[in-house]
Design a protein around this ligand. Sequence first.
Ligand SMILES: *Cc1c(COP(=O)(O)O)cnc(C)c1O
Length: 495
Amino acid sequence: MRYISTRNADISVSGHRAVVEGIAPGGGLFAPVELPKIENLVHIDDMPYTMRLAHVINLWLDEFSPDELQAVCDDSYDRFDDPAIAPVKALNGGRYALELWHGPTLAFKDMALQLLPGLMRMCADKAGEKRDILILVATSGDTGKAALEGFADQPGVRICVFYPENGVSHAQKLQMITQTGANVDVIAVRGNFDDAQTGVKKIFTDERMIDVLNNHSIRLSSANSINLGRLLPQVAYYAAAYGEMVKSGYIPYGAAINVCVPTGNFGNILAAYYAMGMGVPINRLVCASNCNNVLSDFINTGVYDANREFHLTSSPSMDILISSNLERLLFEISGRDHGQVRRWMDELSRTGRYALNAAQKSALKERFFGGWASEEEVAREIRRVYEEDNYLVDPHTAVAMKVARDYREKTFDNTPMLIASTASPFKFAGSVLRAIMPDIECGDDFACCRALSEVTGTEVPPAIAELAYKPILHNGVCDPADMERALLENLDIRL
Ligand SMILES: *Cc1c(COP(=O)(O)O)cnc(C)c1O
C-alpha cells in the first residue's frame, strides 16, 4: 500500500515511511492511495482482540508479514485491565458503549499509543533507520501521559514531553512528573499549550537542531494523532467492535450500525469513517462536539470557521478549534483534489475559515451528522445515563451520549448505535460526581475519586490511586524560547 500527501500528488511513500515521518513534507497528511477492503469480516468475531487488530493493520501495512504484526500486537496490550481490551457494553434502546479506556492512562489514547512504540521501531527498521528515534510531544494533558506510558523503556526510542506549567490539571501533571523510565524526559514550559506546541514545531524544522541530533545518531519523530500509526489501531477497533457485537448476539452478521464519537482533533471519528470505507457496515457517523462546536457547525453549514470564542469545558480533550485530522476527510470529499485541500488549508491559516461548495457539502452530510452538547446538558446526561442505564460515563462520553440521543430524536433512525466511550469516569471524578450528586462537596481530585467510588460502589483505578504517593521525578521548567536548550541538556548533548 502506498500513501500520498493530501496536499501534493507527487509525494508518495510506503506505509512504514509514513509512520516514521509522521507528516508529509510541505505539511500534508498521508492518506492511502485507496482504502483496503476487509474481506472475511465474518471470521473476525472468532478472533481475540489482538488478532483482529493485527489482521486489520496488515491490510494497511502489507509490507509486513502477518506474524510480524501479530507479535507486536500481542506484546502491546498486556497492561489493559479487561481481557476484551475494548469491550462493548449494551445499554438500553439499542445503544452500545465501546469502552476504549481500559489501558494504563484510562483514556482512549492508550489504544494507539501502547502499540505505536513497537510499531514505530518495526517501521524504522524496515526503512533502514539505524538512528535512535526521539519522540517530541507538546501536550495539553492526556496525550503526553499516554505517550510516556507507551514509549517508556522501549529500546531504540527516547521521548520528551513538554507541557504548559499551569495549563494541565493537577492529576494530569502528577501523572506526567511521576513517570518512570530511563528514556523519558518531561519538561514544563512557562507558557500556555500554544507556546509549547509552537516550540516543538520549531525544533522539528530547525536545520541546525536536526544536524546536531543527527550527529548523535538521533532522528526526530512525532506521536501526534495525525501519525498514520496512531490512526490504524483506531480503525481496527471499529472492525473489532463490530465483530464483538455480532459475537455477543447484539446484531446479526451484516446488519448496519451507526457510530457516535466525542470529537476533538477528528482522529477517532476519522478512523470510523475509514472502517466504513473498508467494508464495516456503518451507515451514519455522528460527530459530537462540546460547546467548542466548530465541527458540528461545519457539518451543518459546510463552513469551517475557527474565528470564535474558545471555551474551557469539563471535556478538555475536546477543547479544540483546529481539528487537524479533518484534512483527511476533506481530501476524500473533494474527490481527492490535492490542490483544493491545499487552498482550504492555506485559507484556514490565513483567515481561520474555509467553505465547501454545495456538492461537497451534500457528500459530507450523506454520511455525517453533527451535534453538540452544552456544559449543562453534559451534566444532565451523565446523571440520566447513570439513572436509566445504571452506567457511569465521563464528560467526553456524555457529550456523545447526548448527541446520539438528539440524532435519534431528529431523524427517527433507530439503527443500533455504537457510542465511543473515551475516558474512565474516574479520570474526571469531580465533574462526574457533581453531575450525579449536585449538592456534594468533594475537595481535590483524590477525594473526589474516593467519594465517587463510595457512591457508585466501583473501585478507584490503581493508576489514579497510586498518584498520591508516587515520587516526583521530573521538575524541569523552561521558558518557551529555551526549549531547544532544555531538550539538549536533558539528552546530555553539549554544543
Ligand atoms: C483525545 C480525546 C478525545 C477526542 O478525540 P479526537 O480523536 O481528538 O477527536 C475525546 N475524548 C477523550 C477522553 C480524549 O482523550
